[in-house]
Design a binder for this molecule. Structure first.
Ligand SMILES: [Zn+2]
Length: 46
C-alpha cells in the first residue's frame, strides 16, 4: 500500500519527497530565492 504525500503548501498535488512541495510550489519557492538573490545584485549595479 503506497502512501501519497501531499504538498505542504497547497495540500493538493503530490509532493516531492525532498522538499515536501509539489512541482508548482517548488517553482514558486525557487523564484522567491532567485528574487532574493537578484535584488542585492541590482542594488550593486545601481
Ligand atoms: Zn503545492
Amino acid at each position: 500500500m503506497e502512501r501519497e504525500t501531499k504538498c505542504i503548501e497547497c495540500n493538493g498535488f503530490d509532493a516531492n519527497k525532498e522538499s515536501g512541495l509539489c512541482d508548482a510550489c517548488e517553482n514558486i519557492e525557487l523564484r522567491k530565492i532567485n528574487g532574493l538573490l537578484y535584488l542585492p545584485a541590482i542594488g550593486l549595479i545601481l
